[in-house]
Design a binder for this molecule. Structure first.
Ligand code: SF4
Length: 232
């Protein structure tokens, strides 16, 4: 009888369903267009697409245009993934790869609002590693969940963990997510974590965030939050 470990190993190496199922791929792509502005639709005639992206990221159009699927951390063009994608995978503008964030075949010359630097994934080992970490979504034959549901679970999680805002002086100023519109985002930390730091340490991680124009900025080493469940 096949062992559970062997079965899991097989799952880690299966092609993601949307690389094999055009309908599922289309649903996930359309959801990413709608919810995360995947585009531009026509790479050669982008219209005001890059302006919108630049506004969203609070940067210039020139800078926005350098943040493409091609160099996104979730863009997988490893040899094994290319084998999962039947048919032509490249054209004059670039090539298709698999997106591990939104689970569809995306194009290297496009982007979306959740772009993150660090890609592409071009080695099989790294590709399998992403699959291990995304196993449910990677083998799930259902379309990706809409962002409202994700946001709902995120909201519940924030509530449960009691996340608080930290200003650049290191003060705890209120509940996370209660910042007035238009104000620069401050650093959020779980209350217990924030209280375990000195005021100087809190200020350091808040200032690191305030200095950057990016949406996601890593905490300082002292303020790093572990998402792993603690062993009892
Ligand atoms: S998450 Fe990255 S790879 Fe996926 S569509 Fe967005 S930019 Fe492209």
């Amino acid at each position: 009888m096949i062992s559970l470990i062997k079965l899991l190993e097989q799952k880690y190496k299966e092609c993601p369903p949307s690389t094999q199922d055009i309908e599922l791929n289309t649903k996930n792509r359309d959801a990413t267009v709608k919810d995360y502005n995947y585009g531009p639709l026509n790479v050669d005639e982008p219209g005001d697409y890059w302006k919108k992206v630049a506004d969203k990221w609070n940067t210039t159009e020139e800078a926005a245009k350098t943040s493409l699927c091609a160099n996104c951390t979730a863009f997988d063009i490893s040899p094994r993934m290319l084998e999962c994608m039947p048919g032509e995978t490249s054209d004059d503008d670039g090539a298709l790869g698999y997106c591990w964030m939104h689970h569809f075949k995306c194009h290297s010359a496009r982007t979306c609002y959740t772009w993150a630097k660090g890609g592409p994934i071009d080695e099989d080992e790294a590709s399998y590693d992403w699959q291990k970490r995304n196993l449910k979504a990677a083998i799930d034959p259902e379309p990706i969940e809409p962002p409202e549901e994700k946001n709902e679970s995120l909201r519940n999680w924030f509530k449960k963990e009691d996340w608080v805002r930290i200003d650049t002086q290191g003060n705890i100023t209120g509940a996370c997510g209660t910042m007035k519109k238009g104000k620069k985002t401050t650093r959020c930390l779980p209350r217990k974590k924030a209280q375990s730091l000195t005021k100087k340490q809190r200020a350091a991680t808040a200032r690191k965030k305030a200095r950057s124009k990016k949406q996601f900025v890593k905490n300082t080493k002292a303020a790093k939050v572990s998402f792993k469940k603690k062993k009892k």
